[in-house]
Design a protein around this ligand. Structure first.
Ligand code: SAH
Ligand code: SF4
Ligand code: F3S
Length: 464
């Protein structure tokens, strides 16, 4: 279900906030600072809140000494939480000097009861707290914040609504992420996302297509379709559509050159999707396929619903259909009960799967998840030692895998100026970074570059 009426209501609150600014700030333009933690889906929502702040009339600055400071939080691992509490300590001292400053927290971490309790008790100087289900209400909540001195907390447990048509902004004019679904129903036993993001909801295909069409008309040539598990896209729609069918429709959009997506859960990766990827001129040959563990018994305890053999079978199938595919993955080390033998299985899959990149994480206990109360939590020293062995292997294999294009010419989307003077940075369809000499007028364009030397995970090249 989508609701555009709600968007209209919120736009009236944007105006109401705007009308208040001259009297609050005596005619000067107020500033805001916004920061994003967590995944790319979170950053799209951060961009949406930023767009609403701009519409209200605030100017973005890159410093916490602003009239409003906003954090979009993540809680996937404990260190993400610690970071926010650290920031709050710092903000407290800034606010002492500027008592009218508004401090706003929202996003995944705020969906946890113990977090909200802590903020209420120990951080009374925070002005507004909301969660992941009512981001579309931001203008209304911000209006209340501007007109009240008390702490406002508004957390919804769940929502079955997708509100379309909210203001958005984007970092690059030529590429952006697009949410295709929200929430997650998989309940991997270590993961907090299903609890803080709620049940899986897919956007209507037409809403996605209309959005991408207007993005393409506005100069976007590369989109990244986002969801916790895009392979189960569309299953809960009134008229079910598969992710592969959605890709096929998006591919027709004129002006669009590259389509990426993430994340794919191995349990739902269909032959239909592999076929669409293999045939498509626009879907990039890059697949992020989180492994989590190579041990079938740990995978079972993780509730991942595939085993080592099924995963390696999938990798084979994909490499046969798309020989130049770039595979990347996520791996967790130190899940409860992980033995040295289990860990060896993970190393074995890493050796066989030939990843370009693997993101490696130390298992972090999340309150309320089944894994938090599992026996045999692995001691910290053991986890750290395994983690460094895994990292060494991942890096060695990644360097080898990434260097396979040395000496070839590839089409690059030029993204920005590199740190080095006169150099530009762009990406191949395989998501490999390339630095090369060129004029900044090329930013946003596709150019052919010869990949001369591989420096591990990126290349130096030259325009051809
Ligand atoms: N939906 C995606 C993952 C989203 S979270 C998927 O299923 O692939 C991104 C990554 O964070 C996960 O792939 C996992 O590797 C890691 N992660 C999630 N929960 C974690 C935890 N409790 N401890 C450590 N890493 C975790
Ligand atoms: Fe978490 Fe698993 Fe859902 Fe990914 S699929 S968000 S790891 S529960
Ligand atoms: Fe973090 Fe929420 Fe994304 S917990 S990883 S920001 S969905």
């Amino acid at each position: 279900m989508s609701n555009t009426n709600e968007t209209q209501i919120q736009l009236t609150y944007v105006q109401k906030c705007s009308d208040l600014l001259p009297s609050i700030y005596s005619g000067r333009r107020p500033t805001y600072h916004i920061q994003n933690e967590g995944c790319q889906m979170n950053s799209l929502q951060t961009e949406s809140v930023a767009a609403m702040m701009e519409k209200i009339g605030y100017e973005k600055i890159d410093s916490e000494e602003a009239d409003a400071v906003i954090y979009n939080t993540c809680t996937v691992r404990e260190n993400a939480n610690q970071k926010i509490y650290g920031h709050l300590g710092h903000l407290k001292s800034i606010k002492r000097k500027n008592p009218d400053m508004k401090i706003i927290l929202f996003g995944c971490m705020m969906q946890e009861q113990h977090v909200v309790d802590t903020i209420r008790k120990s951080y009374p100087f925070v002005n507004l707290v909301f969660g992941t289900h009512n981001i579309h209400k931001f203008p209304e909540l911000f209006f209340r914040t501007l007109t009240s001195d008390s702490q406002i907390i508004d957390i919804w447990k769940e929502s079955d609504e997708i509100v379309e048509g909210l203001p958005t902004s984007r970092k690059y004019s030529f590429k952006t992420g697009v949410n295709v679904m929200f929430g997650c129903n998989n309940f991997c036993s270590y993961c907090i996302v299903p609890y803080v993001r709620g049940r899986e909801k897919s956007r209507e295909p037409q809403a996605i297509i209309d959005e991408i069409k207007s993005l393409a008309a506005d100069g976007v040539t590369e989109v990244m379709l986002l969801g916790q598990n895009v392979n189960s896209y569309g299953k809960t729609l009134e008229h079910p559509v598969s992710f592969a069918q959605l890709l096929t429709q998006i591919e027709q959009i004129e002006g669009l050159k590259r389509i990426r997506f993430m994340t794919s859960h191995p349990k739902d990766l269909s032959d239909e999707l592999i076929e669409v990827m293999a045939k498509s001129q626009k879907v990039c040959h890059h697949l992020h396929l989180p492994l989590q563990s190579g041990s079938s018994s740990i995978l079972k305890k993780m509730n991942r619903r595939y085993d080592k053999e099924k995963y390696l079978g999938l990798v084979d199938k994909i490499r046969t259909a798309i020989p130049d595919i770039s595979l990347t993955t996520d791996i967790i080390v130190g899940f409860p009960g992980e033995t040295e033998e289990d860990f060896q299985e993970t190393l074995d899959v890493v050796s066989k799967a030939n990843y370009d990149t693997a993101f490696t994480f130390i298992y972090s206990k999340r309150t309320g998840t089944p894994a938090a109360s599992m026996p045999d939590q692995v001691p910290e020293e053991v986890v750290k030692e395994r983690f460094s062995r895994l990292l060494a292997l991942v890096q060695e294999n990644g360097r080898k895998a990434s260097s396979r294009f040395t000496g070839t010419v590839k089409e690059i989307l030029v993204e920005e100026e590199s740190k080095e003077q006169g150099m530009l940075t762009g990406r191949t369809e395989h998501n490999l970074l390339v630095h090369f000499e060129g004029d900044k007028s090329l930013i946003g364009q596709y150019v052919n570059v010869s990949l001369d030397t591989c420096k591990g995970f990126y290349y130096f090249g030259h325009l051809v």
